[in-house]
Design a protein. Structure first.
Length: 436
């Protein structure tokens, strides 16, 4: 009797684990695949109306006009995508995907560390490849992401992952790509809960906070020149900013903050920097262009930050920067950012209504973002020799009404497009049919 009880218990536990476990990641590509007749959006501004895209062993071997290509497709798996569209996999930067599953459950929240100076804290090792939220990105074409820590003056170090993996080791495509710094605010709002005026006021500690950043840079360089008798992990991690192996992502929105951040970083020898957020970046676009500083622009679907801003300022910021020659990508941080990451293509679509062409808007979440993150040698565009990370949509992928994926691939591996959300949709669709 006891043996039977244990057996039943084990079966029950296995059943539960089957329900909550991640989908099994796709197997490596074993057969050459050819996608024919689709409209191919290459992610670099180019479009091929009737395309031939071939990939094997996870790499693109042919990207051409179908009418011009003379190629024997025998022995290949051919996907006729006539009337459909092919895109590079979308990339979501500055995201906490996989670091927080349920915000109200502390045990599933691992996006920040205590302390203010944490460049040595690596988000990658906390990344949960089995997250149901991560899984839900794929049906909208969001296949890659920069997993980024939060909090403090220096939050930590991000890494870039693909969204179909067993664990964080399998997911990583660029390890420890950059350090994230939260620049001090030159203005702050009064603390109404303490009886202060809730309006904006000058941050009297601003100069001191900027001096702390300068001192941190000085100390890092002094440490690296010393004998390092005592190992200092934060300084060790920061060294990559000065030899070009890491990028400094500065989270800052206001004009003064952006100017100060650029000047301080250049003065102290930071080799590569990116502005994240950049609400007032258009006011200093010439400075950014001159110093080759890119911008990961705040979520498009936001309200204006200042009372005297144009009502549509968040919608047209990308256009203003692109017109000035600044390299721009889109990010989706903010309230409910993990859920909103799946809406990344629709944020790009909104910029089309405010001045960008569709191919320019597409670059904001493909080629441009790949360049900013330093993965453009393999991802972001459909070019021979690059990773076969792409998807097929039945319509315009930047329009939520028509972006309906039929196929998706990461490094040539065909993904399942089933998620917890699609399962629920099917379940309750059947319920309504039964009621009818």
């Amino acid at each position: 009797m006891k043996t039977n009880y244990i057996t039943l218990l084990l079966v029950a536990l296995l059943s539960i684990s089957t329900v909550v476990a991640q989908q099994t990641p796709a197997k490596a590509q074993s057969k050459t695949i050819a996608i024919t007749n689709a409209t191919a959006h290459l992610g670099n501004g180019q479009v091929i109306e009737k395309s031939l895209i071939v990939f094997e062993n996870g790499k693109l071997t042919n990207v051409a006009d179908m009418s011009m290509a003379k190629m024997d497709l025998g022995g290949m798996e051919v996907i006729n995508a006539e009337g459909k569209h092919v895109y590079p996999g979308f990339i979501v930067p500055n995201s906490t995907l996989g670091l927080v599953e349920i915000g109200a459950v502390r045990a599933t929240d691992d996006d920040s560390e205590i302390g203010s100076w944490n460049p040595h804290i690596r988000s990658l090792i906390a990344y949960n490849a089995e997250s149901k939220i991560v899984e839900s990105m794929r049906p909208n074409g969001v296949l890659l992401g920069q997993i980024t820590p939060r909090g403090g003056r220096v939050s930590g170090t991000s890494s870039i992952v693909q969204f179909d993996a067993w664990n964080w080791e399998d997911a990583a495509i660029k390890v420890d790509d950059g350090i994230h710094m939260n620049w001090p605010n030159s203005f702050s709002r009064g603390r109404w809960w303490l009886g202060e005026d809730p309006g904006w006021k000058v941050n009297k500690n601003y100069d001191g906070q900027v001096s702390e950043i300068k001192d941190f840079f000085y100390n890092t360089k002094a440490y690296m020149k010393g004998n390092k008798a005592t190992k200092h992990l934060p300084y060790e991690a920061t060294h990559g900013l000065f030899d070009g192996t890491k990028t400094l992502y500065v989270h800052v929105d206001d004009e003064k903050g952006i100017i100060d951040a650029v000047n301080v970083c250049i003065t102290h020898g930071v080799q590569r920097m990116v502005i994240v957020g950049g609400y007032e970046a258009h006011k200093v676009s010439d400075l950014l262009k001159k110093n080759n500083v890119s911008v990961l622009l705040q979520r498009v679907h936001s309200r204006p930050s200042n009372t005297d801003d144009d009502y549509d300022m968040p919608f047209k910021l990308a256009k203003l920067l692109v017109d000035k020659g600044v390299t721009v990508g889109l990010e989706s941080s903010g309230q409910m950012e993990r859920m909103n990451s799946r809406n990344l293509p629709f944020y790009a679509g909104t910029t089309v209504a405010y001045g960008l062409s569709k191919e320019q808007a597409l670059q904001l979440i493909t080629g441009n973002t790949a360049k900013i993150l330093g993965i453009d040698d393999q991802y972001g565009t459909l070019e021979i020799g690059k990773s076969a990370t792409l998807f097929i949509s039945e319509g315009d992928a930047l329009d939520m009404r028509t972006n309906n994926l039929s196929h998706a691939f990461i490094d040539g591996r065909q993904l399942s497009l089933e998620t917890h959300q699609t399962e629920l949709w099917k379940r309750y669709s059947e319920k309504l049919k039964t009621q009818d």
